[in-house]
Design a protein around this ligand. Structure first.
Ligand code: ZN
Length: 465
């Protein structure tokens, strides 16, 4: 036995020495460079593109952006042909693991394999739609990111929240109707959703999420339309409970995102230190002012207000859901006007639960609605730099990608880059929008107009000649 242990031990040392010398060698060599020439740069922030520019990528970072020629003799040159070069898009609220078709089906009839296969396919779909970063709002943990970052599967940079944290009967209570409090659930066993009641359980499951690779925590304050036990206006979570979630996140230097609809819920969350408000149906100017004071963000899921939802069978055929859906869509009347009157930093979110093909359609429709209500420039900012700021809220210790900024094209930022036909600031459809949701035709694996997709300095798509 001891001989075996010795030999295992010396093998490990040899492997460590070999990998050390390989690293030292790599550092001696120059990082590979890619030079984009003849491009108009949307930098994620400014409405004016930087015309006739060049962008030099070295390794996984942007080395320079210039309207003068950049001298980089050993770089691979890509002639952008006058196309627009933008930051990769950022999705702030996805659920890559949740394939549907219903919560009950996932709770009673799905294995970890089903979830993992779905998450793997969703990750690839998102990247090929131009999203180089995705924040997951519940259901996925650090395992999927590990696989993406190790290059085992294709996907975007990934910021998971781990298990949803929600109260008994709240929006993350996915247990069956007769399941008793504390009962074993499929979602709980897989750490995809946890019922948390009282500060002690929030401490326990919050810390467990961060231990298992979450980059932020997700707390469910409000309810939902299709979910079984909760009015959407639910005001779950006492002051102490929300503050407990924020405290756990702060222990790790990160933050809490809250599923909040009602004004009271949003105000409670902001006062407790929550940094991103998800959905925020009752957004108004008072909330906008408090958000500014607290340095908080909102992510808008505009598809959630689509009148077509009232015709979905799971809503239409269930009087309770139909009533909830109607009262939720009534809040939309003031939602967009309030955002325009008192703008707050607003991130893009799709919040799709369903098949990969259905989510692909919903993402394209969410892009379309952003442009419809806010115009192309605000939509481009929402898709890029705001998401980069939200990603950075995960802090110095928990941010898995701390070397550079996300969502912008500037020196030192990560080389997450799209090359797009035309000018999305004039014709937004070139980012891959779809003007129909229900009944829409299947969408391509990747929009034709997005000609090149680079993440972390690596090209995943290139259809330039
Ligand atoms: Zn969600």
């Amino acid at each position: 036995m001891s001989g075996l242990r010795m030999s295992l031990c010396s093998t490990a040392i040899v492997a460590a020495v070999l990998s050390f010398s390989a690293t030292a060698q790599a550092q001696d060599q120059e990082e590979p460079q890619t030079l984009f020439t003849n491009v108009h740069v949307f930098d994620g922030v400014n409405e004016q593109r930087i015309e006739n520019a060049s962008v030099l990528v070295e390794g996984n970072l942007i080395k320079s952006v210039s309207t003068d020629a950049i001298d980089a003799p050993s770089a691979t040159v890509i002639d952008g042909g006058g196309r627009t070069l933008t930051p990769g898009f950022i999705e702030n609220h996805a659920h890559l693991m949740l394939m549907g078709p219903s919560i009950a089906e996932m709770e009673t009839n799905s294995t970890w394999e089903d979830f993992a296969i779905h998450g793997t396919r969703m990750a690839e779909m998102y990247l090929m739609q131009g999203f180089t970063t995705v924040r997951d709002a519940g259901g996925a943990g650090g395992g999927l990111r590990r696989a993406i970052d190790a290059g085992q599967i294709v996907g975007p940079r990934f910021y998971p929240s781990g298990a949803f944290l929600g109260t008994r009967g709240g929006h993350a209570d996915f247990a069956s109707f007769t399941s008793p409090p504390g009962g074993v659930t499929n979602f709980g066993t897989l750490n995809m959703a946890q019922q948390v009641n009282g500060v002690d359980e929030i401490y326990m499951y919050g810390r467990n999420n961060l231990r298992m690779g979450a980059t932020q925590l997700k707390f469910m304050q409000s309810g939902g339309v299709i979910s079984a036990f909760d009015p959407w206006q639910l005001l779950a979570g006492s002051k102490e409970e929300i503050e407990a979630a924020v405290q756990v996140a702060n222990e790790y230097g990160t933050y809490v995102m809250a599923h909040s609809y009602r004004k009271e819920a949003i105000i409670n969350a902001l006062n407790a230190g929550v940094r991103t408000i998800e959905h925020g149906f009752h957004f108004d100017c008072e909330i906008s002012a408090l958000m500014k004071e607290k340095g908080a963000y909102i992510t808008t899921n505009i598809t959630a207000f689509d009148p077509g939802l009232l015709d979905v069978p799971s809503v239409k055929n269930n009087p309770n859901s139909l009533r909830k859906a109607k009262s939720a869509s009534a809040t939309f009347e003031a939602y967009i006007p309030s955002m325009k009157e008192c703008p707050a930093p607003r991130g893009f979110q799709t919040d799709c639960v369903g098949s990969v093909e259905a989510c692909n359609i919903q993402i394209a429709y969410e892009k379309h609605l952003n442009n419809h209500f806010f115009g192309p420039y605000a939509s481009m900012v929402t898709l890029t730099s705001v998401g980069g700021e939200i990603a950075a809220l995960s802090g110095d210790f928990m941010n898995p990608y701390p070397e550079g900024k996300l969502g912008v094209i500037e020196e030192g930022a990560y080389a997450d880059i799209l090359l797009i036909d035309g000018n999305p600031l004039e014709d937004f459809s070139v980012v891959g929008t779809g003007d129909q949701w229900f009944g829409a035709d299947p969408r391509p694996d990747s929009p034709e107009t997005i000609r090149l997709i680079m993440k972390d300095g690596v090209i995943y798509k290139n259809t330039l000649d």
